[in-house]
Design a binder for this molecule. Structure first.
Ligand SMILES: C[S@@+](CC[C@H](N)C(=O)[O-])C[C@H]1O[C@@H](n2cnc3c(N)ncnc32)[C@H](O)[C@@H]1O
Length: 410
């Protein structure tokens, strides 16, 4: 689909959105000019997602929920938070201490985790939230102010990861996929980096240039770790054995920030577990030759598409998580990879069926069953989302991974 065709399928911009979009577009053009006409894609994302007062996550749009651009699992159903809470409870029973949630969105997960932990008599000492978006922090404060005092008073917002490690649980649902990432392409004899440039008409356009040494090294690391036997469908581009197994024209993404982000989480965790929940795959699946256009997705008012240069500052842009990269980063940070499974397996192992059975009325049962289908079905969120547990000083088997162990696929 061309950009014009994608736009024709999207809802029209409201006047205030168009005005804000024009400001962001000008900021991108200025940044491109400052960078000699070419902006790396991760720098583009830093600007259009996070620049104070301008970026998608920093400028007050509705974003998450049915009135926004996309719906996340905790927004879709309280069932998700109840299951996550039961996993937190198992850890807190051993470690005591705190929960730290990164990127808490509207506060939906925090609300259901706190409510369930209260029911279980296992409230953490603190429920810390680290949120980079000022307006989402405000939405979280409004939502969590409605909780009973015993839960509400546990919540504290942080401006940075805690200086002293916490004991307990770190939660990050759909945060790793929101970290700025790079785009790369395979040409017949080179690795290219896809960035952003401006056309003579002032329109933002994809612009590719030879990858610099650090990006080439990261791509080489991927190909080296995808050791033979290659999938049978792969075809080495002639004359470029070093780029094997991808065909010429293949494009994908990689997230250099994932390793330092996990290292920082590792430094923030004393005894306990970090749960990363996100769209994602093992490296072998992520970089399969047939996944030749990568995993980048944009969301604008519940429409998904693949045109990240449209509507800068007005749409979400994300890429799936390479969970093998996450696991390597965790080992580097002296964390253990204690579990990796699909979201469906995790929710089943943490008691989603018992929650469904406990519903009081036929109407409630029907509503919860429909929400559970969205969370569990493979073609919805059940298999595209994975859960990874990273632990330190915690050897008990985590209940969320009792039904499935996909660690050998990493
Ligand atoms: C896709 S939203 C998910 C929100 C929420 N976790 C949910 O599931 O509804 C991504 C969230 O991550 C936050 N975020 C992005 N980068 C972050 C970082 N480095 N540290 C903490 N939060 C971050 C965003 O502001 C936003 O709240």
């Amino acid at each position: 689909m061309t950009s014009a065709e994608v736009v024709s399928n999207l809802p029209p911009l409201q006047p205030d959105e168009a005005k804000h979009g024009a400001l962001v577009l000008q900021a991108v053009r200025d940044a491109i000019a400052t960078h000699q006409g070419w902006l790396a894609f991760d720098d583009y994302l830093r600007l259009v997602l996070y620049a104070p007062g301008l970026g998608y996550y920093s400028a007050g749009s509705a974003k998450i929920g049915s009135g926004g651009d996309f719906v996340t699992a905790p927004e879709l159903s309280g069932l998700f938070g109840r299951c996550v809470a039961r996993q937190c409870a198992q850890v807190l029973q051993h470690t005591g201490g705190d929960v730290l949630e990164l990127g808490a969105g509207t506060g939906a997960l925090a609300a259901s985790v706190l409510t369930t932990l209260h029911e279980l008599g296992l409230l953490p000492d603190h429920y810390y939230i680290l949120e980079v978006s000022a307006d989402l922090r405000q939405r979280q404060q409004q939502r969590l102010a409605l909780l009973p005092a015993a839960q509400r008073t546990r919540v504290q917002w942080l401006d940075a990861l805690p200086a002293a490690p916490i004991h307990g649980v770190i939660l990050a649902n759909e945060v790793a996929d929101a970290l700025p990432f790079k785009r790369f392409l395979i040409a017949s004899d080179a690795v290219l980096e896809r960035g952003v440039s401006v056309s003579a008409q002032g329109v933002l356009v994809d612009a590719d240039r030879p990858a610099d040494a650090p990006l080439r090294a990261q791509v080489a690391q991927i190909t080296e770790s995808l050791a033979p036997p290659w999938p049978s469908s792969s075809a080495a581009p002639s004359g470029s054995p070093a780029l094997w197994p991808w065909p010429s024209g293949y494009q994908s993404e990689l997230c250099p920030m994932l390793q330092p982000w996990i290292a920082a989480l590792g430094a923030a965790l004393g005894r306990g577990a970090a749960l990363l929940i996100d769209y994602g795959l093992s490296r072998r699946e992520y970089y399969h030759p047939q996944r030749s256009s990568g995993t980048l997705r944009c969301h604008f008012r519940q429409h998904a598409h693949e045109r990240p240069l449209l509507y800068p500052g007005l749409q979400d842009i994300s890429a799936w998580v390479d969970f093998t990269r996450a696991a390597e980063a965790a080992l580097h940070a002296t964390l253990q990879v204690a579990g990796y499974c699909t979201q469906a397996a995790f929710l089943l192992a943490t008691g989603i069926e018992a929650d469904l059975a406990a519903s009081n009325t036929t109407l409630q049962r029907a509503r919860l069953a429909s929400e559970a289908r969205q969370l569990l079905l493979p073609e919805a969120m059940g298999e595209t989302f994975k859960v990874m547990a990273l632990t330190r000083g915690f050897d008990t088997a985590l209940r969320g991974f009792a039904y499935q162990d996909l660690r050998s696929s990493l």
